[in-house]
Design a protein around this ligand. Sequence first.
Ligand code: AMP
Ligand code: ZN
Length: 471
Amino acid sequence: MNTVIDMRLYNTLTRKVEEFIPNEEGKVKLYTCGPTVYHYAHIGNIRNYIGHDILDKTLRYLGYEVTRAMNITDVGHLTSDSDSGEDKMMKAAEREHKSAMEVAKFYTDAFFTDFKKVNCRMPEIVSPATENIDMYIKIITKLLDDGYAYVSGGNVYFDISKLDDYYKLTNHKIDEMVVGVRESVEEDLAKKNQADFALWFTTSKFEHHELLWDSPWGKGYPGWHIECSGISIRYLGEYLDIHGGGVDNIFPHHTNEIAQSESYLGHKWCNYWFHNEHLLDESGKMSKSKGAVLTVSVLEEKGYDPLCYRYLCLKSCYRNALTFSYEILDSTSNEFRKLKNKTLSLKEEGSLDKEKYDKYINKFKEALSDDLNTSMAITILYEVLKDNDLNGKTKMEIIKSYDEVLSLDLFIEKNNVDEDLEKYIMEKIKERNEAKLNKDFKLADSIRDELLSKNIVLKDGREGTTFEVIK
Ligand code: AMP
Ligand code: ZN
């Protein structure tokens, strides 16, 4: 183990920045909530995964051995985060005239395409909720045996009155949080306390639910919260170091995960709770239900480098809300291009100055270990570029090392196209679009072929045409 600098992390559970001490020296068990695959992941969701990726990579960079697990929610997440509404997967299946599993497959693939475009590292374990039903049944059976859960109206519920500290993760007043008191939440007469939550559903107002499994309580499907407890305990064991998610997951999702996991295990489960703030648009929190979904792929189709979006996220603190606009993305894009021009023009001159190298690596580690201060880490990157006392070789080695965490591909040239060629291609794309509008497909095809003969491939996407130059 070669941890150089200790990590300090904001812990939602204690509401302060704390020194991070894992259960086992040098090793970290990390669980992060994954996507609900009923639609594309928008760039807000992706901000959340970039935050988890930075946490994961920083821990590794500091010398920890990290094992990370992430779920894929393909059943049980209802249209309301409480226990009402239809399963999001079933609603999507209806919308798209597909089976729920076809929907899950399509959006899981789309999710990982965008996840990789922003250079997020694949967790060691990625597990769909539907593959762990036996684990949920095991946990729920014990919760019933130990008196933490009850069967009512065909469903199994967790009885929150059995816990003194059910609300320990959230600092909201109990009255505000109780389901049934909040607006838009229907009262469920089967529940003993309105804040109790479903572990297993056998009854549903929606008869066509196609994802059903046999259980001791009848044919049914799991609640949303039990999947993360089940997958985490199955793959990472009884003691978790860090659990991550977005701030909207604090209640009810993570509150319920703690309740059921600790009641099942009989001891404290997870020591550090890590939450990312949201991405906002002009009308507030970006969400999948707000019409057209703005994805990383859509940004790419509009001509933005997905890593420019990653850069935008890293320039702000994960604990602050970030407002997205195309004006901000445009200026970030210019800044990112200039940054890459600088890194790409570095020359491997001189020999490595180990002392200066170590100084800058430690500075970078200090910034990241200070509750993931990525904007400071980027400031240090610019300092390296400006430092006249560093030779080319040393600058390159330092920045290569930084890029293990930042993952901005600072030494990879994409579409190395000079301005004149880019102007020419954009003109041709415009001409081709006009031809298509005039239904002159012959002309449109000939423009595409003309570019292809020059090794320029056009790609038509949902939001327009982009190009790639093949080497
Ligand atoms: P979902 O796929 O809907 O389950 O959401 C996946 C993750 O994205 C959750 O952990 C949410 O907390 C997070 N999330 C949802 N909306 C936003 C947003 N606008 N900005 C950042 N994260 C978000
Ligand atoms: Zn979760």
